[in-house]
Write a protein that binds this ligand. Structure first.
Ligand SMILES: Nc1ncnc2c1ncn2[C@@H]1O[C@H](COP(=O)(O)OP(=O)(O)OP(=O)(O)O)[C@@H](O)[C@H]1O
Ligand SMILES: [Mg+2]
Length: 225
């Protein structure tokens, strides 16, 4: 589903990722681990074609996204649910309106859009708050809202950068449980986090980065006999 082959990424001559080769299969739940500056966010941005590799190939669902023409990127992203810290919620709109937005962008009929947005809110446990302002939500609930917005177009891959930052352990575990629910129904999930304690035991596949290099986790561990 996602293959990196000898990927390098440098910013102004400084190498953020070096000779990175790994593979993620469809349906996996994968954690991207490593200290601050290890290259986790850069890896996720390459998958979503927010950044382009300096060398090597990034393949997502059979497409070489590192070389994709700009006009192909919206189609790629339609298949990806993205949860990045710089994607702000619309604070002057309701919870429901925030989830409707990605559907409006792709021209979903209003009646369909409302039904799907409510279904997405229901999946993350926020349906009762549909009329609320995002400002009135707790940090954990705001993160749930970001997840609902990311999954409303039914992407096959969900990508989240530090989705549990700023949450206490209990709220963080509840948010992780939502990702696991989507993974259980077949969505491929990539989560970057520096918080190792959080995901220990949750997935056999952890891609560990150290100074932009792969420390472990190049491919999915084979299932036990
Ligand atoms: N836009 C950019 N311009 C210049 N350097 C960058 C840019 N983005 C990232 N870097 C550098 O690339 C390296 C990897 O950064 P990245 O954000 O991918 O790490 P990270 O593992 O996500 O860290 P954190 O845990 O702090 O989020 C760091 O040295 C960082 O300073
Ligand atoms: Mg980061």
């Amino acid at each position: 589903m996602i293959q990196f082959t000898q990927v390098h990424k440098s910013y102004q001559g400084i190498e953020a990722l070096s000779a990175l080769t790994f593979e993620i299969e469809a349906g996996e739940l994968v954690f991207i681990a490593g200290r601050s500056g290890a290259g986790k966010s850069t890896l996720l941005k390459l998958v979503a074609a927010i950044e382009r590799p300096s060398a090597g190939t990034v393949n997502v669902a059979g497409q070489n996204v590192g070389r994709m023409k700009n006009k192909g990127i919206p189609y790629l992203r339609r298949n990806l649910g993205l949860i990045f810290q710089d994607q702000k919620l619309l604070l002057d709109r309701s919870v429901l309106a925030n989830v409707l937005l990605p559907l409006m962008v792709v021209g979903t009929a209003p009646k369909d859009a409302a039904r799907r947005a409510r279904a997405a809110l229901d999946k993350v446990g926020l349906l009762e708050r549909e009329r609320a302002s995002p400002l009135s939500l707790s940090g954990g609930d705001q993160q749930r809202l970001a997840i609902a917005r990311a999954i409303v177009n039914r992407p096959s891959v969900l990508i989240a950068d530090e989705p549990t930052a700023n949450l206490d352990r209990e709220a963080a575990l509840r948010v992780l449980e939502i990702f696991r629910d989507f993974n259980r129904v077949g969505v491929t999930v990539l989560i970057a986090t520096h918080d190792r304690a959080l995901f220990t035991g949750l997935s056999p596949h952890v891609i560990e980065l150290e100074g932009g290099r792969l420390a472990s986790g190049g491919s999915a561990p084979s299932s036990p006999p």
